[in-house]
Write a protein that binds this ligand. Structure first.
Ligand code: F6P
Length: 414
């Protein structure tokens, strides 16, 4: 086994809180061992710049204290507190073009790395793994994403902070909702997964949480169920409500829509009115429901990482170095039952690819899992249980298999 190592580290895909904490831990741990560690800027694009001679390898060398803070704060180790990525990240690349892949592999060769730590989500890990196979790289993956949808790990770096951010937003919206007797519809990120919406919805006191795993699309039936929940709150003299909708929930036609929150808010108004007109008395009073929509957007990707995210990121960064030291390559660092472990990357990537081909989320919310049960036990409306015939994916299949028995007949046939 080679004693000193030369390794690279990069961040790829959408940024999230905690990336810098992984980098910091890996740099500290590697330099303490006397290894050389190189920070690749802007994901695999950095290798292209090296191949083109636009960046010299020595410029990429990372040291434990390579960042200067003036005055008495000099030497303060701030990196784990900062969001974003000091290395920059890459959301889109052209790696499927052979000439681009060749340049990336050439850059890697010039650096002469023994191994590469790639911090990424399901999409970017797949792309980098592909390059690693072509270039015969010794890759270690570290999962990060606010969507928490990387398979084989219970947690990805960045998720916990995003849950806190959304939870805080819900808390803040509660008081203005109450003051104006409004229904606040809050649109939450998460791509095809509902983890972020579900966790934050529970922690933030939502009354309704719609996630793609349980509400694949805003069918008439789904909207009526939401109205029923809101009407029941009114009957209990609660005149405001918080409705969380994950961005992965499709519109009535089963299509992704970046205004899904707005669509839901309009449908709540429309259906409440219709139901009242149909003499469904408990919906009356809901006919003038005042809705407002908040799209939280990219604020969910930032913020000081929570202590859990810092710990997770730190433990994962160190695990990556341990794996390299033991020359156990081609593995994904994972969080399992309260500690860091690792899984074969081939197994992880095979599952990710299969799910992407079938247009479904590689690690969705379990519709019968304890988190959904927890929400239900609190009386939060999270959608109905799916029928066994339902394709449990979040593929946006409009044939969502839901029963229409809850619909008043006139609406069901209208
Ligand atoms: O995957 C992370 C994520 O923040 C998703 O939740 C969201 O749908 C997407 O990235 C937004 O991507 P972009 O930054 O390219 O707009």
């Amino acid at each position: 086994m080679k004693k000193t190592k030369k390794i690279g580290i990069l961040t790829s895909g959408g940024d999230c809180p905690g990336l810098n904490a992984v980098i910091r831990a890996a740099v500290k741990c590697a330099t303490r061992k006397g290894w050389e560690i190189y920070g690749i800027p802007y994901g695999t694009d950095g290798f292209i710049d090296v191949a083109k001679g636009e960046i010299k390898p020595e410029d990429l060398r990372l040291n434990e204290h390579g960042y200067d803070i003036p005055g008495l704060l000099q030497g303060l180790d701030v990196l784990q507190f900062l969001s974003g990525s000091v290395l920059g990240s890459l959301s889109k690349g052209d790696t499927e073009k052979p000439e681009v892949a060749e340049k990336i592999i050439e850059g890697y060769k010039i650096l002469g790395l023994d191994s590469l730590i790639a911090i990424g989500g399901d999409g970017s890990l797949d792309i980098i793994h592909n390059l690693a196979v072509k270039g015969k790289w010794n890759m270690i993956g570290v999962p990060k994403t606010i969507d928490n949808d990387v398979p084989f790990t219970e947690r990805a770096v960045g998720f916990d902070t995003a849950v806190n951010t959304v939870t805080d937003a819900l808390y803040n919206l509660t008081f203005t909702a109450a003051s104006h007797e409004r229904v606040m519809v809050v649109q939450v990120m998460g791509r095809d997964a509902g983890h972020l919406a579900l966790h934050a919805g529970i922690a933030g006191g939502a009354d309704v949480i719609l996630i793609p795993e349980l509400t694949p699309r805003l069918s008439e039936e789904a909207v009526i169920k939401v109205c029923e929940k809101l009407a029941s709150l009114r009957q209990e003299k609660r005149k405001f409500a918080l409705v969380v909708v994950a961005e992965g929930v499709r519109n009535a036609e089963g299509k992704m829509d970046k205004n899904i929150g707005e669509i839901l808010a309009n449908q709540i108004k429309e259906y409440s009115q219709k139901l009242c007109n149909l003499e469904q008395r408990h919906f009356c009073g809901m006919d003038e429901v005042d809705t407002r929509v908040t799209v939280l957007g990219h604020v969910q990707r930032s913020g000081t990482p929570t202590s859990f995210d810092r710990l997770l990121a730190t433990a994962m960064g160190i695990k990556a170095i341990d794996l390299i030291e033991q020359e156990q390559y081609n593995r994904l660092v994972v969080w399992e039952a309260g500690k860091v472990e690792s899984k074969p990357l081939d197994q992880v990537i095979t599952l990710i690819r299969k799910c992407h081909e079938e247009k479904r989320c590689p690690s969705p919310v379990d519709p019968n899992g304890f988190m959904v049960q927890t929400a239900r036990s609190l009386g939060i409306y999270v959608g109905d249980s799916l029928k066994p015939t339902m394709n449990n994916s979040s593929s946006g299949n409009p044939a969502n298999g839901m029963s229409s028995s809850v619909l008043p007949e006139t609406l069901a046939t209208s």
